[in-house]
Design a protein around this ligand. Sequence first.
Ligand SMILES: *Cc1c(COP(=O)(O)O)cnc(C)c1O
Length: 397
Amino acid sequence: MSAVLNGMNRTSETPAPLSASNIIFNRSTVERSVPQHGSPEQWAQNVCSDHMVTCRWTLSDGWEVPHIVPYGNLSISPAASCLNYATQCFEGMKAFRGFDGKLRLFRPDCNAKRLVMSAQRVCLPAFDDNELVELIKALLRIDAPRWLPKEAAGRFLYIRPCLVGTGDQLGVQTPREATLYIMMVPWPDFSKESPPGISPRDGLRLYASAEDTIRAWPGGFGFAKVGANYGTSFGAHGEAQHKGYDQVLWLFGPDHQITEAGASNFCAIVRNRDSGLTELITPPLAEKLILDGVTRRSILELARSRMAGELEVVERKFTMHELENAWEEGRIVETFVCGTAFFITPVLSINFNGRELDLPHGDADPGKRFTSLFGDWLRNIQLGVVDHQWAVEVKEF
Ligand SMILES: *Cc1c(COP(=O)(O)O)cnc(C)c1O
């Protein structure tokens, strides 16, 4: 009944779209302390910047005016949809301080579109992805000067937009209220640094998931960045870490298809036995088992355009047995994982069914490895060393 009433009481015919043009600012009166680069506080990854964006949505009226407010707790009902039914999705992206002092986002349109896609998978409202990018820019304009100052050239802030079902209703149904919020955290560079007291390593050791443990399945939601994918994986991740590994390599199906590693995509550079060509093999998106990573997509696009004839990019189903076989025949050149958090990190070894596959790291000269090459390509775009349409400058005042 109330849904009908809400509909009739609506003040406007169509619910309002998300708009970044009339943000209400409530500036913080205190300055939170910015963790030192490489400090334990920074490694804890829980110190947010001074402000956050919040924007409420209701089924009847659509998106309200977005606010930029001091960072702090949200107040939601214990009966909120996200707390009971996992109506939650998020994004992970970075803002970079270039060596030229400019602030840039890397392909923010891809993240914003992906958040809309993830939202729809868990029945949360859609929105104009361009407006989300504008909200992110507005937050950066306020907090970047102190949290990613010009002196921090080459460094970045991690940006976490979230959309959650809120409201006050335990009925098992689509949320009628939601909250979009955006927070920012200074993060260490996982690809180059290690926490204080931990000796640096040049790659990750992966533990292949057991047959009775599945991250994603056809018809499920592995392709969406929804919180429900992560909490359920912490058990296997914890066990892998307990055994001395860094991440779980998620396999799927009786033929042990390789899907993803932790929250990053997996790629192997392998010499093809028949053609002799060097191939970059990565699992396909079509079956919706894996996330369409922006880092993955960018590497594939650049490799296709810049290394044609030298490196063949192949998106296909790829099993652990094929990888094992290539390893036995000495055809593996390099393997790596890629994502915003880990950037591009070589894989040192994979434990599969109790067998340890020690993987080669490519050319003896680290500078000539594919991982270094791809890393340089992306960093040069992100830090403004080269001009590229993927880098979106955020103008500061
Ligand atoms: C976020 C994420 C990735 C990496 O995506 P990017 O857009 O490159 O950061 C890969 N796999 C999973 C499961 C993820 O959550």
